[in-house]
Design a protein around this ligand. Structure first.
Ligand code: AMP
Length: 343
């Protein structure tokens, strides 16, 4: 089924064409009509499935259907676990809404950067706010945002938000929203905690499950190298050099490990950068954009920092240290071999 049959308005179809999408992904096929009809949604879907467009497009459609007052209250609130994901979702929403008239305003707020500029940007009114829970609560406490006109709440990567200890913040934020609203929840896994959260939150949700990616894409070739711990860094350098890998995402289990490996690589002139929770937001953003642009050859990341990162056509992923769970492993290597590409 083509996008044009899903009930989206022309400006949105134009943005879809601009993005180069020709056919809706499975989650989009199910989510778009459901969200357009105002249903609550419970979706099992990970990054890489097209879930962002799955909620952003119908939300934008609904928003643009009715006008707003001069003071532009926040009508859509999207909560995400990490700064990177918040930024990425914000970019997507702006991109998909590019042809809408009047233009809708989207802002992104997250912790780790100064709060004042964010307060300034919110002052003129915002239609769609993408936020990490902790910073949003800070902004609420400083009276910089009001959430009493929110029509749609999206919890993106809800499982990871709970893993990161955001449950209390999320509950506090939900308590500030109007009782009557649309709720969309996306999660890769469904633990007991997620179930508890959904029970009070979702009203007769439409349940969507796209092929659970519990296995890696078949287009990803996986190779294991047996090696002493002491020789690991050397082996990695050797593989990068002899195979002439130009873009490699390397996972470590700790922030220190990420820093140490990054130093070693840089010492032998393999340009590397680390991203993890201790890095400033500026450092993380510039590492990521340098990596995407091909200026940084190796990005060394911890699982949390890498969550949700979307890099088109990433060819190589290295598990330098073992992930904590099979799900994390699938997540890690799922950064490559996207959309039928080889990895
Ligand atoms: P997401 O799962 O939302 O992080 O999206 C993963 C990637 O798929 C992003 O780079 C999107 O731009 C891309 N994408 C989303 N929908 C489609 C589609 N229908 N066709 C092709 N690519 C898509």
């Amino acid at each position: 089924m083509p996008f044009s049959k899903l009930g989206l308005s022309d400006p949105l179809l134009r943005a879809i064409a601009d993005a180069g999408y020709t056919t809706p992904s499975p989650i989009q096929l199910q989510a778009i009509p459901a969200v357009l009809n105002g249903h609550d949604l419970l979706a099992a879907a990970q990054t890489g499935t097209g879930k962002t467009a799955g909620f952003a497009l119908p939300i934008l459609h609904r928003l643009s259907q009715h006008s707003y007052g001069a003071n532009r209250p926040i009508r859509v609130l999207i909560l995400t676990p990490t700064r990177e994901l918040a930024a990425q979702v914000g970019e997507s929403v702006s991109k998909y809404g590019a042809h809408l008239h009047p233009r809708l305003k989207t802002e992104v707020v997250f912790g780790g950067v100064k709060i004042n500029p964010q307060m300034m940007r919110l002052r003129g009114g915002v239609d769609v706010l993408v936020a990490t829970p902790g910073r949003l609560l800070d902004l609420v406490n400083q009276n910089a945002v009001k959430l009493d006109k929110v029509e749609t709440l999206v919890l993106d990567e809800a499982d990871r938000m709970l893993d990161m200890g955001f449950i209390r913040d999320i509950r506090k934020l939900i308590a500030l929203l109007p009782k009557k609203r649309q709720n969309l929840l996306f999660s890769a896994t469904f633990s007991e905690d997620i179930r508890k959260l959904t029970t009070g939150l979702l009203v007769n949700p439409i349940k969507i499950e796209v092929a659970a990616r519990n296995t890696a894409a078949e287009t990803v070739e996986q190779i294991a190298y047996l090696c002493n711990k002491a020789n690991k860094a050397e082996l990695l350098c050797h593989l990068i050099k002899t195979n002439d890998w130009q873009q490699v995402l390397v996972f470590t289990s700790t922030k220190h490990g990420a820093n140490r490996l990054t130093e070693k690589l840089n010492k032998i002139n393999i340009k590397a950068a680390a991203i993890h929770g201790n890095k400033s937001q500026g450092a993380r953003t510039s590492a990521l954009s340098g990596f995407k642009a091909g200026e940084i050859r190796v990005l060394v990341a911890t699982d949390v920092a890498a969550r949700g990162i979307d890099i088109a056509l990433l060819p190589h992923v290295v598990n330098y240290e073992l992930p904590r769970s099979p799900a994390d492993y699938v997540h890690r290597i799922g950064r490559t071999g996207r959309a039928g590409e080889e990895g």
